[in-house]
Design a protein around this ligand. Sequence first.
Ligand code: C2E
Ligand code: MG
Ligand code: MG
Length: 768
Amino acid sequence: MNIIREAGKVYFIAALVSLGFLVLGVLFIFYTWNLNKRDTADSIIQAVVQLSTALDMRIRGEFAVLDVAADSLAGEDMADHDAVLSRLFPLFRHNTYTGIGLVSGNGEVAWVDKNGLRHYTALLAGSAVNRAFKGEHVLTNPIWSENSSLMVNYYLVPVYQNGSVVAVFFAADPEDELRKDAEHFLYAGKGLAHIIDRDGNYVVRSNSPLRPEGVNNIFEVNPGAIRYYKALILDDLSNGRTGYLEWNVYRQDRIAAYAPLSVNNWSVFYAVPVEQINAGPGIVTKGAVIIIAAAMAIFVIFVFMIRKINNKSRKVLEILAFEDSLTGVRNFQKLMIDAKKLLSEPNGNVYSVWYSDINGFRYVNDLFGRDVGDRLLRHWANYLEKNIDSDEMFGRMGADVFVSLRKYASREEMDERFQKEARMFETFREVTSDKFRVKLRTGVYLPCPEDGRLSLEDKLDRAKEAHKHAKKISDRFQIALYSAEMRDRRLKDTEMESKMNSALAGNEFKVYLQPKIDIQNGGHVMGMEALVRWISPEKGLIPPAEFIPLFENNGFIVNLDRYVFETACKEYGQYLLEDSITLSPPFMVLSVNVSKLSLSQPDFIDEYTIIKKRYGIPDGCVELEFTETLLLNNELHLQQVLEKAHENGFLCSLDDFGAGYSSLNVLKTLKVDVLKLDRMFFHNIDNYEYGWELVKCVISTAKVMGMKTVAEGIDVEDYVNCLRQIDCDAVQGYVFARPMPMAEFRQFAKDWHWTPSAVSGACNKILR
Ligand code: C2E
Ligand code: MG
Ligand code: MG
């Protein structure tokens, strides 16, 4: 789950980073585009200023030519038109004029065209002539000339004689000349240039194919777009300022600029399509956009590819992590995940938890081979696959254990289901033997209101506990429900667990001693076993069988063992050592029990040695009792511990010998000083023909191997005599004394004497 969340985070960061790049890219493009536009605007303004300067120079040049000509008329009689026109006629040679002429003081007009024909018609507006008479240089708007069939501009200059204007001299120049000049200076030959007046009306219109048709004023071109700037532009035009604007003409973005001319409040208006100017930078921008888009696309593709690969490998990992490789069904981890989900769904079902295994599976493997064992498990998995409903669930926990969550309706239905499943094992053909049957064994946990809300793990624990009981059922069908007793046990355990620490601190654990009586040499007390008791203020005396298994499970036994050992040593050092010397040399041996967990503590013997020395106990006075169950998978470790214990002056005994799956074989490897025969040996011993023979045999074997023997749990006097006869060294049992507190024990030891009685009863048999 975490991995998936992590991956999500990585994708999120990747998306964020790429979004960041995209935004930066767009900002960059926008920035360069703007920068570029500003550059363009600058260069367009520069161009229009150059253009206006060029046109001004041309206009001034025209006036200069006319001024020179006017000056040359200083001595002429202005009334003699023919003479004056003849003098001026050579001007046609070097100029593009279509006509030149004179307006004399009395208002008479005479002019000549370039073919030399004289005309005497008025051509010019009075206002222009008047201005010239006042000494101004005047340039008119283009006017249609019939004579030349052209639009022409008239240049008018005053003619001075004796300091006053006597006539006005004028020349008609085709409008095209101005236009040509305007367009000649266009920025890189691109765009269009008009000459406009202060109101934005065209004076000289560009001939460029870009020019807008059907309009006479710059503001008539896309008036919507220019609306907001119109007043500003008009103000610029009236006041002879340079300006700049962007607008859209014929759906084409254009940049335009205007600059004033020195005559008539005219301006040059120059416009270029943006794409023309921006072609270079535009390509860069476009390129950048394409590169960014491509990079983004590649990035997205990569992310998708990685996702795909990830998904694939996740699936493989899921199979590896969640599938049982042998049967292909859910493994335990996956079962726990899915089952928790199932239990959290409000589907109205009551689920029981089944913990099942196969009784005798080990023998299937041993007798028929692992392959058959594997096939049996697969067979079972197949069966479950078919017989577990879609709203139920199962999985293999490992080895031959399957756990399932099944809907619970009634006990009958559950039993029926179990029996059907159990019969399936009987039909597994590969395991056919008269010697044993493969049997299904199941512990079931059923939810119960008293349990409150239990976790799945707790429910499973309870099913396991029930399974332990199922093992004890010898019936054909081994199924057990988690019971009220088990519930009580758990409650007690929980209570004890909550109190154990304070009980230890509050000295509620007491050490009792049970004597071991030497039945061979005068019946003296040869030693005593320290046995713990919990004297609870609320519950009274709690026997070890109640709490030792719990403490072995939760680890508290290590603390308790140490405590018992230390307390026993302390009391032994204080009282018994002395008593021992006075009462019954050699020393009474104090024996203490060592649990499996204490044994596995790495510094166990070192610690115990320190304690033993602290209370001044000589070597050979303390015996450590190890139970047979410690041997399981632990033989080598136990051997090493025994060796170290001996080196440090401890005696060692093997406790409860014969209670479990004992094997005489262990005696071969374990060097113990004492063998304690479990009371199971003597349980109903008289009912067995060879019961005593067996005990005799074990005792003599132990003897041969140099071990002493102690018979435990003897509560029949006859047995003591029998044991004496078959050479058992000592007896520890109720027949002599129950475990008792130290003070009582001291008294007991002082008062103790024993005389063996005559042999009688069942054990006579073996003594024959
Ligand atoms: P164990 O070490 O085998 O101790 C002998 C048990 O047999 C004692 O039970 C003792 O009271 C009982 N017993 C002795 N004679 C007779 C008899 O004639 N008839 C019957 N029915 N029982 C007899 P106890 O004291 O209840 O202890 C039970 C077990 O608890 C011990 O078995 C030992 O395994 C464990 N235990 C006791 N104290 C400690 C301890 O301090 N540490 C550890 N690790 N285990 C302890
Ligand atoms: Mg013991
Ligand atoms: Mg024992």
